[in-house]
Design a protein around this ligand. Sequence first.
Ligand SMILES: C[S@@+](CC[C@H](N)C(=O)[O-])C[C@H]1O[C@@H](n2cnc3c(N)ncnc32)[C@H](O)[C@@H]1O
Ligand code: SF4
Length: 399
Amino acid sequence: MTTGQHALSDPHDEGFGLYVHWPFCVSKCPYCDFNSHVAERIEQRAWHDAYLAELSHFAALTPGRALTSIFFGGGTPSLMDPATAQAVIAAAKTHWRVGDDLEITLEANPGTVDAVRFAGFRDAGVNRLSMGVQSLNESDLRFLGRKHSVDEARQAWRSAARIFPRVSFDLIYTRPGQTVASWRGELAEALNEVRENNISHLSLYQLTMEDGTAMAADYALKKFSLPDEDTASDLFEITNDLCAAAGFPAYEISNHAKPGDECRHNLIYWRGGDYVGIGPGAHGRLTLQTGAVATRQIKAPALWLKRVNADGHGAQETEVLNTAARAEELLMMGLRLTEGVNAARFERLTGLGLPKVLNAQNLADLQARGFVSFDNGRLKATPSGRLALNEVLRQLLRT
Ligand SMILES: C[S@@+](CC[C@H](N)C(=O)[O-])C[C@H]1O[C@@H](n2cnc3c(N)ncnc32)[C@H](O)[C@@H]1O
Ligand code: SF4
């Protein structure tokens, strides 16, 4: 762990994060079902004020906590006024204790609109940039509805790497027509860029058809087809192999990093830690004196803004999480990680012994078939187990 960590002694070693959702993009990508919208006009000042108001609301519920990360996600939060990011960061530092190693991530799109603002975000305190590159192939960028070229993306990540101490980029694979050979070449090129620019993290997602998106509608109409299941699992396998060989082992199903450069904010989610979520549609998980709750903010941007102006927060729902729901969520999130689920942490967070929650017969069967392991107090899914995670979970939790 990095410096300052022990100054933040906190009973929750999973960390404590702040997620800030910015719901706007320059254009809507056809595959994307994130809460992202194209707006003609954005009242930057109104957003600034609303974030600060909702932040105060949640800070009052979580006094004395030690904040370990802030994540500006979206949408495309690099379209936010950097002064807003700066104000949120400054306010967070007054609400909670922070160390000198606070991780502050901003998601960005490689469009030039975003790149010219990078220095402003760095000055605001952002120390990690995560960029949606998606593909290093022009025709696939068009298929994905991206507005930037490969060259613009390259310029953007190179300039990001000069400005921010930590940079990550996203690629989407398992695209129509993609073969093991073509992906191998593209990923090798990406890893080369990563090495040359001292980039320390890669998110590599398999393309999924999300209900309600334009791409899912075209897929249903058979306008294109996707690689079959065998090819998809080969693509997943070579992704893990090539990244590991390049010094970027998978620490989560879709995330690869140089050891020590994992995204600390996302680790909070996967390890079952607490986080405040502000902005339209943001989710949060908080341990209050009354127990664990899941929070969810109003999704529609205009409505959220209106409600925050009126009430100081835009809560849609605060759900009390019972022990069974908490246990299931911890397994679902934790098994995504290469490190798996720590049985001692599981017991601390749920009050339940991990072996007691699992179906013993199915566990033995999944172990024998090489889908999971349970040694030294850790339940882990193997790479093939992670590829079939929903089924593995169903078996583990079957009563
Ligand atoms: C909020 S976006 C990242 C930042 C920025 N909005 C962008 O797209 O450049 C989060 C990431 O999720 C991934 N993603 C979104 N929808 C996906 C889908 N249907 N299948 C696979 N990956 C997806 C993309 O790689 C995208 O970069
Ligand atoms: S992928 Fe990123 S840029 Fe595209 S619509 Fe989704 S959030 Fe916006």
